[in-house]
Structures are given as C-alpha cells and as structure tokens.
Design a protein around this ligand. Sequence first.
Ligand SMILES: C[S@@+](CC[C@H](N)C(=O)[O-])C[C@H]1O[C@@H](n2cnc3c(N)ncnc32)[C@H](O)[C@@H]1O
Length: 333
Amino acid sequence: MPDEITETVVDSRITIRNLLHGEGSPFELAEDARKGLTSTPKTMQPKYLYDRHGSDLFEKITEQEEYYQTSTELEILRRIAPLIMDRVRPTALIEFGSGSASKTKTLLDEMRRAGRLEGYGMLDVSESALLAAADALVERYPRLQVVCEIADFEQPQPLPFPGKRRLLVFLGSTIGNFEVEDAKAFLRGPAERMHDDDAFLIGFDLIKDVETIERAYNDAAGVTEAFNKNLLTVLNRELGADFDLSAFDHRAFYNEPESRIEMHLVSRRPQRVTLIDLDLTIEFVAGESLRTELSHKYTRRSVEQLLEAGNLTLDMWETDPDGKFALGLARRR
Ligand SMILES: C[S@@+](CC[C@H](N)C(=O)[O-])C[C@H]1O[C@@H](n2cnc3c(N)ncnc32)[C@H](O)[C@@H]1O
C-alpha cells in the first residue's frame, strides 16, 4: 500500500485518489520490466498496455466486428440489469478496471430509474480513461458522486462508500487476464471487504470454438496488433529503451490445455535491446517471444470453482443465447 494517498476534489462531485504514485507504490514499471524481461520466457504484465494511447486503442478494439466480447456482454447486461437491481438494490456501484465505463451506464441508468443512484467508485490504472469517464458521468447523472481511484486492483484497497449497499462490478472478462492463482487472490480482496448485502457482478468470456476466440485477438484492421506493440512504445518512452517495433510480430493464439488466449510479441530476428534507465541489455533469438497478456476462458463449472477459491459463491448466472459470454453475480461465502 502506498504510504501517501493524494486526494483531489475536482468539483463537489468528483474525488480523485491517486494510489499509484505514492511512496512505496507497488506499481513499478522499472522493477517489473527488469524482472519480466530477464525471466525465461520473457513476460510483461498487461496493466502496462494501458497508457493513454493503449486505453484509446482498447476502446477501438471493442468496436471491431471480431471482438464479440463487448457487444455480447452489453446485450446480457441490458437484459438482466433490472433483475440485478431488484435482487441487490444497490445505492452505490464500484467498478474494477472501469476503462471508459460505457457498458456500466446500463447499470447506472437502471439504478437511476429505481431512484437509488448515489455513488459510483471507479478504479483503474489508466488515469486518462478514469478522468474522461468521470467527466461524462457527472454530466449524465446530475446527482451522482464519483470517486476515481487511480490504482492497481491487484493491491487490495478499502472499498469506497462503506455506508451504502454496494454492487461491485468487474466487466470485460478482465478477470481472465490474471494467472489462475492470482485471480483467486484478487477475488479474496473484495470478498473480505464486502458486506453480506453487497454483491459482485463479473463478466466471463466462455470457452467456444477456437476460431471465434482467436479471431477476436487478430482483428483484420490490426488494432489489437497496435495495442500489443504499444507496450514497446511505453518501454521506449518510460525506460529509455530502443525496441524497434517493426522487428516484432503480433501473435495471439489459443492455448487449449490452459483454456486461454496468449498474446505475444515475437522477435523477427536475433536482436539486442538496451533499456538505458535500467542499465540493462537483453537479447532475443529469432522467434523468441515476449508474452504480454493472458485471457482465460471459462465454463460455469470453472467459474464456480474460481469463485469458491476466492471466498465467493455464485448467486446468478446469465449467458447470451449462443453461450459466448456470461455474467455471474456472486456473494460472499
Ligand atoms: C480489458 S479492459 C476492460 C475495460 C472495461 N471494463 C470493459 O469492460 O470494456 C481492462 C481495464 O482494466 C484496466 N486495468 C488493467 N490492469 C489493471 C490493474 N492491474 N489495476 C487496475 N486497472 C487495470 C485497464 O486500464 C482497462 O481499463
């Protein structure tokens, strides 16, 4: 946990808490890059894909025809939002990895319709995404209090709005980006902090035919490729590295035994990269890859097991008619 939290009240309805950049913050690109780029195989955590440009590119990915996840999750959300509101009756919504919060409006609209919309807490590493979303939301909902936490959701934090009945949300199957054990550890954080009346709505991308899954991460317009390669731009800018983006290929494939997409940057040739700020030189052989993201796919059974290990239990399960995506409503055990 950072020693110091900077809190800024932007207007009377938006509070920004920066939990990333305080002393002792675990969000350490330099340390993580040294560790990840010198390990075998080379890896980087996906949270570093989301600088301002990366967040914009992710939004573009959600608009690609191949990326079924966003439209499918939205379709389910629209159908079940009234049901969830009846069942949970929240007055505050708290979202992890909120991004542009565009799908979240479906839930906020329903809370407003029920006359119960009071607070929205959004947590994301991407400051640009948070601030843009918060501005738009206070305009759309004139009485809404917004708390923006610029934070790493892997570091458990107190949940905002402790005095209210809360619906926690984690959309976009972002939970799939964790290693399996890390996903369990993540869930235990909110589970420990939830009250008995609170609930946790989580989006899960489901196991389906490999072609559909792989197409979603290899869109024809090359937006996911640009998103993936943006990691190298981040490393060049933040750590004085000299990655040549044209010397790497985007590769995203389904690892069937692990039920997950793996996204890699594959070196086209033998090459040496220097990261001046780390005083570090790393070597790639031709065909060697740097893994940048995992995206696990689920079944109802694997979700139940995951939730159980996270001290949660499944209360409601809804999918689209084709079973491509699911929303699970969980309670603490
Ligand atoms: C896959 S996108 C999903 C965005 C949005 N929730 C949606 O469903 O479209 C992942 C989001 O989580 C954020 N994120 C990724 N890793 C994070 C971390 N460790 N801590 C906080 N936010 C993170 C990204 O900035 C991004 O907004």
